[in-house]
Design a protein around this ligand. Sequence first.
Ligand SMILES: O=C(O)CCC(=O)C(=O)O
Ligand SMILES: [Fe+2]
Length: 139
Amino acid sequence: MNRYPPCPFSSEVFGLVPHTDSSFLTVVNQDQIGGLQLWKNGRWINVKPNPEALVINIGDLFQALSNDVYKSIKHRVLAPQQVERLSLAFFYCPTYETVIKSCIKPSMYREFTFREFMMQIQRDLKATGDKVGVSRFLL
Ligand SMILES: O=C(O)CCC(=O)C(=O)O
Ligand SMILES: [Fe+2]
């Protein structure tokens, strides 16, 4: 559950900074406040809340397994100005021992386990303050 409290400095801070999800797939149920945006064709696009729909995000593992046929899209959440925003995110991930390996050859990525991937993200975050992500495993 993500809770985004109303923020008087909403133009200066993010609810959630730009990122890609480290999962295989993410299922998001957002409320009606809005603020979720996708980076597409060089600009941020609003994901309009729809009470009858869930948002399905392709994650980094889907990108690696599909050999970049599908991309994990960069997204962010703007901080709400006046009212609280809530969302539910379900990250569909494999076990840590699962080997991520594309069946499309030649593979763009070397084989890696989900554990290796998550540990590399933590190391990069500590060292650079940023998630480098799946590009770390490009051959
Ligand atoms: O709150 C949202 O709509 C998206 C949440 C999200 O991107 C995440 O939890 O990774
Ligand atoms: Fe996300």
